[in-house]
Design a protein around this ligand. Sequence first.
Ligand code: FMN
Length: 387
Amino acid sequence: MGAPADFQNEIYLAGLGDARPTAPTDLTKLEDAARAVLSADAFGYVAGSAGSESTARANRAAFERWRIVPRMLRDVSARDLSVEVFGQRMPAPVLLAPLGVQSIFHPDGELATARAAASVGVTSVLSTASSFAMEDVAEAAGDGPRWYQLYWPKDRELAASFLERAKAAGYTALVVTLDTFTLAWRPRDLDRAYLPFLRGIGVANYFSDPVFQRAVGGPVTDENRPTALLHWVANFGNPALTWDDLAFLREHWDGPIALKGIQHPDDARRAADAGMDGVIVSNHGGRQVDGAVASLDALPPIADAVGDRLTVLFDSGVRTGSDVLKALALGAKAVLVGRPFAYGLALGGEAGVRHVLRCLLADLELNLALAGLTGPGDATLDALAAP
Ligand SMILES: Cc1cc2nc3c(=O)[nH]c(=O)nc-3n(C[C@H](O)[C@H](O)[C@H](O)COP(=O)(O)O)c2cc1C
């Protein structure tokens, strides 16, 4: 594949043969397009946030407040979007965020997402709550770069088993999500009394796990299914975890570890002190604490506090190439994108996710160049006007 921005000409040239993109190229329009094809349950699950959804609105408002200042006559003919994260060369500073239960968006779920990401060379982060077992998703990804996201279960033996399986299946870095030891108050799901896990979606990694199976009396069948689901409920998260518990992760994972859900510089410092490799500045796309600080507003103080010791990644609210540029300028090494690719998956399966990724990377390259920047390393505070 050529430069990401070539996608622009590809679209216009295909137009000469009367072809049009099958999904919006303005990625902020994907939500409306996906609403038309998803069930009300699935749409509510992906689009919804916690409580009054004030955090999700704040995430977007923060991106609106920061403005890019275009600079001229800087020779931006040679451009390189690539970055190195945890020793891994990435074609662009963008990853796919871990999103569980993707089969509610498309029957191929995480398998389609893994194939699309691999085809663009983008790293996909697989959720513990995936609809397919991590080994099957790894097979779909082939040589595609992949990380594993842990929802840290109460049962330590189960956590260790997840990590062992992830390592064996070729996931190279570990993301540990700290902000979801219990599910938040999510009115869209509550109003519909809809939780996919209780319907057996998003539990594939648990049901396929030898430690989990032992605890529920063997492989999950129609007979022990209610027991298995109750065991999942009892084990999903652990509100008793503290910073001291991080030593367990180091014992069971020898690759890079990033803590996801960090919003305060002191927590980022503690992550560094505990020997972690990175943090993901994230408020879970506004799905956990209602009325929380915008994730983008939490980013600069965290990057200042630990940017020299840890890899600082970012998510929550990224929709466009200019959003990526702004997050990089405010201190992120790379960003994770969440809902937009779920909407792409809903609209077109593997091709839909690829469409979203190619649009985002092309838009990023063009915005960087038009702002007078040749790559992610050029995106500093100088590129922005303060709110
Ligand atoms: C439908 C959905 C499912 C998610 N599932 C997970 C998950 O399993 N693990 C996790 O760490 N984060 C999960 N997240 C949060 C994302 O990883 C990410 O933090 C968030 O989507 C970023 O915000 P954005 O959607 O505004 O880009 C989920 C988000 C959505 C929308």
